[in-house]
Structure formats: structure tokens, C-alpha cells
Design a protein around this ligand. Structure first.
Ligand SMILES: NC(=O)c1ccc[n+]([C@@H]2O[C@H](COP(=O)([O-])OP(=O)(O)OC[C@H]3O[C@@H](n4cnc5c(N)ncnc54)[C@H](O)[C@@H]3O)[C@@H](O)[C@H]2O)c1
Length: 375
């Protein structure tokens, strides 16, 4: 160490001094930064531990949550530990599908029309995910009121998207339909099928919804999950040909009138498989926009459905009449069979056969006859 005596001329090596003092200062700063980084890291670890041990409840909004599919999704979300807020105007929704949840503190039911944007907006606060299942789900009557599908499907979907993004929702799950493929010429029809020609107002309104979801996902930090379903059957089923046939057979079990020639070929999916498929895809796939067909690897014709119902109800010699033609109504597709290879590649295959789906549906409707008075 250098010693200095009084009056000793001091020669200072400023460069070395500066360098040393700089390096001391730097190491002091580093030590300080290190200490504060340690404190910060500890705080983060403590926070993560709290998150892991405390019960963190994620909020999901289900539109159309009093309907066939939406109410089944709401029940599944509650089982997963989500808090669930359902918005439904009960146009086709059923009290019986929501009543068992009304006392659950994690369940909120909002009776509101999704066309009322200002009214629905606050309900999306703090939601992590939206399942948009509300729609006019009846394909058949589009020509009777050409505005209905536009309003109930496209405008409502815009309202729900806008409310979701204004509240920072990160995942948007949408119930699209195989009807968007119109009358394709490729079977099974893959998701990559060229933009099809629309044959129904329902399909046209749903493909417009898909376009909106894609644009929202492009412009905002929100992932889109678009599921194109074939017709769905099972518990809480309230509309479709099994419903119509059973309703008619309850009135008169000796005759059945079938729209079209009975040879329309369609694929169907069981509600249990549909909901499992949705949950599988949203938890494993993370593209900006994820589009999946939901169906099964088989199809049946309408005559097969009628015969399965007769067998299950033990009805013999039912006289069938047909309205005739390849289609049941204008916009009905004579053949719907979706390619589910993409879903299978993502790791999910439906388990229930179409025949079993029909049988589950017939048994459910037989034990819930009040539904025939509702719709
Ligand atoms: N069921 C099927 O076979 C099938 C097939 C393909 C696609 N989808 C789609 O799946 C979704 C669910 O269908 P579903 O069979 O459960 O139909 P559903 O009629 O049983 O359910 C729709 C629900 O949305 C509610 N709703 C409709 N318009 C509303 C509005 N403006 N405001 C608030 N609530 C409103 C209804 O009251 C009902 O509870 C729909 O989007 C439908 O288009 C269904």
C-alpha cells in the first residue's frame, strides 16, 4: 500500500484512478443490482407458490349456455374448476338445463339478449375464455325470415367478439357448422376445402362469423377456435330429425312423414365426444386461428335413423311417406360427411358410434317428454 507524508507532492494517475474508481463504482452497482434482483426473484417465487397453492379461479363466459351444447359446456367448465357466466335469452334455451347450477357460487346466469351490446359488455370483465354457442341453430327456416340468421348469428357474434376483446379475453371458441361447406364435391370434406358456395342463410351467416373471428385474431391478442360440427345428438338434444320423428311418433306411432327421399346421408357426433374434442383442442392447439371439423368417421342415411328409432321404441310396421327429392328442404345438403383427420392428428378420436348416439338420444327424449312441449 502507498503511504503519503505531509507535504509530499502527490502525483495522481488520473487514468488509473478513474479506472479503479469506475470499476469500484461498477461493482458496487452490480452488487446492489444483484441484491435487488435476488429480492425480486424471491418475490416472484413467493408469488408463484401462492398461485400454485391458492385456488385460482379462471372465469369463462358461455353464450347460449342454456341451450343443448352450451349448457353441457358450462357443466364441464364447472367440473374443471372454472367460474362460469352464462348469457342466454332463453329463446330456445331451457330452464331445466341451468336450474341445477343456480345455487353454485361459481355459476352466474345472465338473462340477456346478445344483440344488446351495451348490456352484455360488462359481463366479459376478467374472463379468460369465451365459448360462443348462442345462435339461431335452426338451419331450416332461413328463407322465412332472411334477416334472422344475419342478426342472431353474424351481428350477435360481432357483439360477443367486440365485448370479449374490449375486456382482454385471450381465447374465443366458436360453434360453426358443417353447413358452411354448402354442397361440396369432396368427401369426407376437409377444413382446407376451397371457399364453398353457400346454400343456406344459416351457413352464410356462420361463414361470415368465421371471417370476423379471423380478423379479430389477426388484429388483437385473441386466439380463435372455430369448430365446424356435423349435427350433434345426445343428452339435452332438443332439435333435429330425431326430435321431429319422435314428436310425430308420439302423436301417431303408425305413420311417419320424412322430408326428402330419406336417402340424405349425414354424419353425426355424440355430445360427449363433441365437448371432449373441444376441450382437447383448446388445451393442446395454439395457432392464432384453429379450425377443426368435429364429426365421426361414419355417416348414415335418414331411413337408418328412422329405423333405429322404431327399433328402440319397439314400433313395428310404421308406414313411411316421403316428401320426395334429394333434399329435405331448400338449403338441406344431401350429403354431409366431414374429414376429421386433423382432429385425430391433434390426438382426439370420437368414441361413440352414430347408432349409439341415436339410441342415447331416443332414451333421453323418452325420459324428458316435457321437451316436446317446449319446441
Ligand atoms: N346442435 C347441432 O347439431 C349443431 C350443429 C352445428 C352447429 N351447431 C351450433 O352450435 C351452437 C349451439 O347449438 P345448440 O344445438 O346448443 O342450439 P340451442 O338452440 O339449443 O342453443 C342455442 C342457445 O342460444 C340462446 N340464444 C340464441 N340467440 C340468443 C341471443 N340473441 N341472445 C342470447 N341467447 C341467445 C338460445 O336461447 C339457446 O339457449 C349454435 O351456434 C349452433 O349453430 C349446432
Amino acid at each position: 500500500m502507498e503511504t503519503f507524508k505531509k507535504n509530499t507532492p502527490i502525483s495522481v494517475d488520473y487514468e488509473r484512478y478513474n479506472e479503479e474508481s469506475n470499476s469500484n463504482r461498477r461493482s458496487r452497482i452490480y452488487r446492489k443490482e444483484l441484491a435487488s434482483a435476488r429480492t425480486e426473484a424471491k418475490r416472484t417465487i413467493d408469488f408463484v407458490e401462492v398461485l400454485c397453492t391458492a385456488e385460482v379461479t379462471l372465469k369463462a363466459v358461455v353464450t347460449g349456455g342454456a341451450g343443448f351444447i352450451g349448457s353441457t359446456i358450462a357443466d364441464r367448465l364447472l367440473k374443471e374448476g372454472y367460474s362460469v357466466l352464462v348469457i342466454d335469452n332463453f329463446r330456445t334455451g331451457q330452464e331445466a338445463f341451468v336450474s341445477h347450477n343456480l345455487k353454485n357460487p361459481k355459476y352466474t346466469l345472465v338473462r340477456e339478449d346478445l344483440l344488446n351490446y351495451e348490456k352484455i359488455l360488462p359481463h366479459f370483465k376478467e374472463a379468460k375464455i369465451v365459448f360462443h354457442m348462442a345462435a339461431n341453430a335452426d338451419v331450416r327456416h332461413g328463407l322465412e325470415d332472411t334477416r334472422r340468421d344475419l342478426e342472431q348469428n353474424t351481428i350477435v357474434t360481432y357483439n360477443v367478439l367486440e365485448a370479449a376483446r374490449k375486456n382482454g379475453v385471450k381465447k374465443f371458441v366458436f360453434a360453426s357448422t358443417g353447413s358452411i361447406y354448402g354442397e361440396p364435391d369432396t368427401f369426407p370434406t376437409p377444413e382446407t376445402y376451397k371457399i364453398p358456395i353457400q346454400t343456406s342463410f344459416y351457413g352464410a351467416s356462420k361463414i361470415a362469423c368465421e371471417g370476423l373471428i379471423q380478423a379479430f385474431a389477426e388484429g388483437f391478442p385473441m386466439k380463435g377456435y372455430i369448430f365446424r360440427f356435423v349435427s350433434c345428438m345426445g343428452e339435452r338434444y332438443t332439435h333435429g330429425c330425431v326430435f321431429d320423428f319422435m314428436k310425430s311418433l308420439r302423436k301417431d306411432p303408425t305413420t311417419l312423414h320424412i322430408l326428402g327421399n330419406g336417402k340424405q346421408k349425414k354424419s353425426y357426433i355424440y355430445i360427449g365426444d363433441l365437448v371432449e374434442a373441444i376441450f382437447h383442442v383448446i388445451s393442446t392447439q395454439h395457432e392464432k386461428v384453429n379450425i377443426y371439423n368435429l364429426g365421426t368417421d361414419e355417416f348414415v342415411d335418414v331411413n337408418f335413423i328412422a329405423q333405429t328409432i322404431f327399433d328402440e321404441l319397439k314400433l313395428k310396421n310404421v308406414k313411411i311417406s316421403y316428401s320426395g327429392g334429394e333434399r329435405g328442404w331448400i338449403g338441406d345438403s344431401p350429403f354431409i360427411y366431414l374429414d376429421i383427420a386433423k382432429l385425430q392428428k391433434a390426438g382426439f378420436s370420437p368414441k361413440t358410434s352414430i347408432k349409439d348416439s341415436i339410441i342415447h338420444t331416443v332414451r333421453y327424449l323418452n325420459t324428458h317428454p316435457f321437451l316436446f312441449d317446449q319446441r
